[in-house]
Design a protein around this ligand. Structure first.
Ligand code: VGL
Ligand code: ZN
Length: 191
């Protein structure tokens, strides 16, 4: 898709989980994670509504390996690993959504167990531009659940990065999002 997409008053940028544990040096690091911050910091100043989600797990979360789940400990509440990266410019972020708090559900989506949809609707938001970490988990889940909540959803390719547990996980996730109706864009086309 090559056409320009003007940013509108009813657009929100959703920055998914830009947290230390998902970045190089963190416990569940996305190898290319730091690459997202240049485009994200340029975009946050230009959107009328800017949300960030954060993974915010209790230690007894069922998805941790200690409980038989798939993941090492990450983004434990009130730990440095759960802090937003120092590479993220915090000042244009209007709202922070904590997710993954319920120990029994994966909490991948920013909509799961949160009031994100209500907050967006209250602000008159109709289109979501999703970026952040990780493409194959929380970005995908947030984008797809954005669609099911009735929003038009775009994913910004140069502002996302994948865990890639298997090497093609990112490609599979992008394909699945596109099939669902998510539009893939690049940040240079916005504005
Ligand atoms: C995530 C795995 C586990 C993510 C969160 O932010 O994509 N991935 N928890
Ligand atoms: Zn998590």
């Amino acid at each position: 898709m090559l056409e320009r997409i003007p940013i509108r008053d009813d657009d929100a940028l959703i920055v998914v989980d830009p947290q230390n544990d998902f970045l190089p040096g963190g416990s569940l690091a996305v190898p290319e994670g730091n690459r997202i911050f240049a485009p994200i910091n340029a975009l946050t100043r230009r959107f009328p509504h800017v949300y960030a989600t954060r993974d915010w797990h209790p230690p007894n979360h069922a998805y941790f390996q200690a409980q038989g789940g798939p993941w090492p400990y990450h983004c434990l509440q009130n730990t440095p690993g759960a802090d937003f990266s120092p590479l993220l410019d915090r000042s244009p972020i209007n709202e922070v959504i904590s997710k993954g708090v319920d120990p029994q559900t994966d909490g991948y989506s920013g909509f799961a167990g949160t009031d994100l949809a209500e907050r967006l609707r209250r602000q008159g938001v109709r289109r979501l531009f999703v970026c952040g970490l990780a493409t194959d988990y929380c970005v995908k889940a947030t984008a797809l659940e954005g669609l099911s909540n009735g929003f038009e959803v775009f994913v910004i390719l140069d502002a996302v990065a994948a865990v890639n547990v298997a090497p093609d996980d990112e490609a599979v996730a992008l394909e699945e999002m596109q099939r669902g109706g998510v539009r893939l864009v690049t940040s240079d086309l916005l504005g």
